[in-house]
Design a protein around this ligand. Structure first.
Ligand code: AP5
Length: 215
């Protein structure tokens, strides 16, 4: 099964996708994480990606697809469910996935969170870069301040989590969303809308309800 977690930046896709993965024998493929891992290599492509991400702009559709498809195939070969986090972000990406054959999403889950709450969430976010684990200084704090619960390593703030960049990312999301939703409606893909506000556990419960009722 291929699930898409869809929603504005900071709506909780990363937080919820890792919980979902452990519930359903799935693997999360976050395009944002893929790019951040690639940036660590510090070659010309890494430099280009770093500039795009820190400006809050989108990576080209071609490059996204080129990097993501082998990852989807890898998870499918391991006979695990694929959980896409942050993909597709444009109509072209959604169409390209279908054209690639045997990798069309079965279920698209859309998280609704108002824009002003998103800014609060993103500016307090802390991440563990090695694993992609996500915390929030107030809403979802680690057991020890600034330290990852599992490895004891230091948590960091993402470079693109500056208020101005966040506003640009939110605007881009609103610009691209409707054509993607319309497209999946035309394809008769299951689409579920989830209220992404409230405590993290409550959102997880809503997500699990939607997943179980679609099976
Ligand atoms: P990406 O990494 O995908 O970022 P994003 O979509 O902007 O989403 P975020 O990671 O910011 O948020 P999230 O929804 O995962 O929320 P989280 O769980 O962390 O993309 C980064 C960049 O990469 C893009 O800007 C673009 O440049 C590029 N890119 C990626 N994919 C691309 C693509 N397909 N095409 C082109 N370019 C692409 O939660 C946020 C915070 O809120 C955390 O601190 C968390 O602890 C807290 N929180 C979570 N849930 C709750 C809750 N219920 N209540 C209170 N706080 C909560």
């Amino acid at each position: 099964v291929i699930l898409v977690l869809f929603g504005p930046p900071g709506c909780g896709k990363g937080t919820q996708s890792s919980r979902l993965a452990s519930e359903i024998n799935g693997q999360v493929l976050s395009t944002g994480d893929l790019f951040r891992q690639r940036i660590a290599q510090s070659d010309p492509l890494a430099q280009k990606l770093r500039a795009i991400l820190s400006a809050g702009e989108l990576v080209s559709d071609e490059l996204v697809i080129q990097m993501l498809l082998p990852e989807i195939h890898r998870v499918q070969a391991a006979e695990q469910h694929v959980i896409l986090d942050g993909f597709p972000r444009t109509l072209v990406q959604a169409q390209s996935l279908d054209q690639a054959g045997n990798v069309s999403p079965n279920h698209v889950i859309v998280f609704d969170v108002p824009d002003d709450e998103i800014v609060d969430r993103i500016t307090g976010r802390l991440v563990h870069p090695q694993s992609g684990r996500v915390y929030h200084q107030r809403f979802n704090p680690p057991k020890k301040p600034q330290i990852d619960d599992v490895t004891g390593q230091k948590l960091v703030q993402r470079e693109d989590d500056q208020p101005q960049t966040v506003k640009r990312r939110i605007a881009t999301y609103h610009q691209n969303t409707q054509p993607i939703i319309n497209y999946y409606q035309e394809q008769n893909t299951i689409i579920s809308q989830i209220d992404g506000t409230g405590p993290v556990n409550q959102v997880t419960d809503r997500l699990m309800q939607v997943i179980h009722s679609s099976r």
